[in-house]
Each structure stands twice: as C-alpha cells, then as structure tokens.
Design a protein around this ligand. Structure first.
Ligand code: FES
Ligand code: FES
Length: 156
C-alpha cells in the first residue's frame, strides 16, 4: 500500500492503495472519473487515453507509482468551463455511435491539435489509426478533427 498524490484536472487527489494499480483504475474506481474507458487493458485500443501534460497517454499502461506527483487531464477536465473545440465538433458531426471509444478518441485528437493546429488527412490518420473504434466511426472522426481545427482558428 502507498499514499500517492496525483493532480487530475487541476485538483490534487490522493490514492491510497497498491502502487502497481494502473492509473486507469485509479481514475475510474478511486476518483470516480468514469469518462476514461477500459477497452483492452493492454495498451492496444486507446479507450483509456488521457493527457499527461499535452501528450496523449494510455492510462492502462501507467502505474499509480509512475503517476506520483504528475498532472493529468481526463475527458471530464478537457472542457471544464466551455466545451473544447473537439467536443463541439464531435457533437456537430454526430460522431459517436455506441460512444465507448470516444473519450479516448477526443483526448487523442485534442493532443494532436495541440501540436498540429491544422493537420492533414494523413496526419490525422497517423495519429488516430492506433485507436480502435468497434463501430467504425473513423470517417466522422476525421471530419470532426478538421472541424475542431476550424473552430479553434475562428476562436483566435
Ligand atoms: S484500455 Fe488502455 S489501451 Fe485499451
Ligand atoms: S463509437 Fe462504438 S466503439 Fe467507437
């Protein structure tokens, strides 16, 4: 057992438990942030994607001990005051089908746009192809990422 402090969505939280526990389960079971989804638990599907700083990371592959003292953003914190352009674009393009993969997709897409504000189709595909959507919403996601990029430009 260990006492591990982690900042999540700007709030300092404390996890008391096994330091090997994946961050995914710390977020979901201990902090009640169930927007981050479990898909494979093996780093394959991307459903558990959160931000470590600006980078997209797979929370099922981060041990609580490695998260100590770090700062993460989950889907709940992405648009804390206003919807993030990706969240708006996802709604406007009606991307979600069952919805399970979508928080991870939005976290990956928003990390992409943070580094590449106007990505090409090829750059979008390269960034998103390692995430799995069982419902096959890839074309709508690509449209939504272009729309989110446009919304961000309009807001500047
Ligand atoms: S649940 Fe983490 S990558 Fe699939
Ligand atoms: S919307 Fe169903 S898994 Fe992607």
């Amino acid at each position: 057992m260990a006492r591990i402090e982690i900042t999540v969505n700007g709030d300092r939280r404390v996890f008391d438990g096994n330091p090997d526990t994946p961050l995914l389960w710390v977020l979901r079971d201990h902090f009640g942030l169930t927007g981050t989804k479990f898909g494979c638990g093996m780093g394959i599907c991307g459903a558990c994607t959160v931000h470590d700083g600006k980078a997209a990371v797979r929370s099922c592959q981060v041990a609580a001990s490695d998260a100590r003292g770090k700062s993460y953003t989950t889907i709940e914190g992405l648009g804390k005051r206003n919807l993030h352009p990706c969240q708006r674009a996802w709604l406007e393009e009606d991307v979600a089908q069952c919805g399970w993969c979508q928080p991870g997709m939005i976290m990956a897409a928003s990390a992409l746009l943070a580094g590449k504000p106007n990505p090409s189709d090829a750059e979008i595909d390269a960034a998103m192809s390692s995430l799995i959507c069982r419902c096959g919403t890839y074309n709508r996601m690509r449209r939504a990422i272009h729309r989110a990029a446009a919304l961000s430009r309009e807001a500047e």
